[in-house]
Design a protein around this ligand. Structure first.
Ligand SMILES: Cc1cc2nc3c(=O)[nH]c(=O)nc-3n(C[C@H](O)[C@H](O)[C@H](O)COP(=O)(O)OP(=O)(O)OC[C@H]3O[C@@H](n4cnc5c(N)ncnc54)[C@H](O)[C@@H]3O)c2cc1C
Length: 380
């Protein structure tokens, strides 16, 4: 089969790897507009379950990915002067660039073409010249725009602003930090992803953003302002910019996932708010799901139909949980009156995917503390 793939991110490369591994006769070309060392952002985080899926799909890349991991089991919620740790969770972090490098090397070993610095503009001729065209071209997908009449995308620009920094302050756990100042509430999502660096994503609502007057600040002024807001948490370390800018989260859904011989996967097809840390996981698992659909048939249209039928409900469930989590952060100011332990409980249960019983199982000491302090609170 001749397969063209637009986008050498996690989704595009992983699908190429799985298909080539299964049948070396496939002629696969991946088109990537960036160079092999360009990337945005810092680290990404995976859950334990994702890792099991990656091991089953491709042991070789799984082994390299897990060797590069920083792993932890705690979520830390920081509010006012207190840090509450909730244990029994399973997460790992890896630098996005390192993940891409591992997948690039795997592609090279399997012997197919990754065409870097090659932007696809003419989709029609690429589509005409293959059996299968996979658009894995990310959240601002050209394919989704050019074929919008076929895919019927639904886009929702969310009100909160966020900015993705790194820092050399190491956060040993998925740390959610809330800080208030005269302009409003800021939330930071941070976690270590190698021996020296943590991801540090800051978000705030539109009102806070306008009051702080970020629109008139330079990139350096923005960074300095935010370093002051999070000074108690950064331990004197600075925030590291990677051309970091404020953005609004874009929620993407598509009514149709394929037409003729074209399918989308990953962020091009759907997004899930970063507060549930699932974007890369979903991108890689889309690649696995699409690959699996080619296991039972040689027909491209049957495989694409099967992909949409089986994968869509899974994604809808994730997006529903991610939506609740995103809404929680959009309304974070409504929770700031809670005590640290109550806020930690509210954070942990925000998406509806984790409840009291789950927390009791994962970390009985946390629930015991919650019960004790909640009771104290209600007696006062
Ligand atoms: C603030 C923030 C934090 C995040 N945190 C996490 C996290 O903790 N964990 C997690 O799992 N995910 C996280 N994500 C999400 C994650 O980055 C994405 O979900 C993931 O990268 C999606 O993979 P993808 O392969 O679909 O798309 P991408 O990684 O975006 O790859 C698409 C590729 O296509 C290329 N491309 C685009 N158009 C063209 C074209 N016309 N021609 C050629 N090439 C093209 C791009 O250069 C890019 O390399 C986060 C995202 C954000 C914004």
């Amino acid at each position: 089969m001749k397969i063209n793939i637009i986008g050498g991110g996690p989704a595009g490369m992983y699908f190429a790897i799985l298909m080539k591994k299964a049948d070396p006769a496939h002629e696969i070309t991946v088109y990537e507009r960036n160079g092999p060392d360009d990337t945005f952002g810092w680290g990404v985080v995976f859950s334990g379950k994702t890792l099991r899926n990656l091991r089953a799909a491709d042991e070789e890349s799984h082994a390299e990915i897990t060797r590069a991991f920083a792993a932890w089991d705690n979520v830390d919620v920081v509010h006012r002067r207190e840090k509450i740790s909730i244990h029994g969770n399973s997460f790992s972090g890896i630098a996005r660039l390192q993940l891409l490098k591992i997948l690039q090397r795997r592609c090279e070993r399997l012997g197919f073409q990754l065409l870097f610095r090659t932007e696809v503009l003419d989709l029609d001729s690429l589509k005409a010249n293959c059996d299968l065209l996979v658009a894995a071209d990310g959240v601002n997908s050209t394919a989704r725009k050019q074929y919008s009449r076929q895919f019927l995308p639904r886009m929702d620009v969310r009100p909160n602003r966020y900015i993705w920094y790194g820092t050399n302050r190491l956060f040993h756990g998925l740390t959610l930090t809330f800080r208030e100042n005269e302009t409003g509430v800021f939330a930071a999502h941070s976690y270590k992803f190698n021996q020296t660096t943590s991801t540090f994503i800051i978000e705030c609502d539109q009102e806070t953003w306008s009051r702080a007057d970020f629109a008139t600040m330079s990139d350096d002024e923005t960074r300095e302002y935010l370093e002051k807001v999070f000074a108690p948490d950064l331990d004197g370390q600075s925030l590291l910019s990677n051309n970091s800018k404020w953005i609004n989260f874009l929620l993407v859904k598509n009514d149709n996932w394929f037409f003729e011989n074209v399918a989308m996967i990953g962020d091009a097809l759907h997004t899930a708010h970063f507060s549930i840390g699932s974007g890369t996981k979903l991108a890689l698992e889309d690649a696995i799901a699409l690959f699996d659909c080619f296991g039972g048939t040689a027909s491209v249209s049957a495989a694409l139909r099967d992909f949409e039928k089986t994968r869509k409900p899974v994604i809808e469930e994730y997006q529903a949980a991610a939506f609740e989590s995103m809404r929680w952060f959009e309304n974070a100011r409504d929770y700031m009156h809670l005590s640290p332990i109550e806020l930690a409980f509210a954070v942990m249960t925000r998406s509806g995917k984790v409840d009291y019983e789950d927390l009791q199982r994962r970390d009985p000491a946390f629930i015991a503390l919650y019960e004790k302090q909640k009771t104290v609170g209600s007696r006062q």
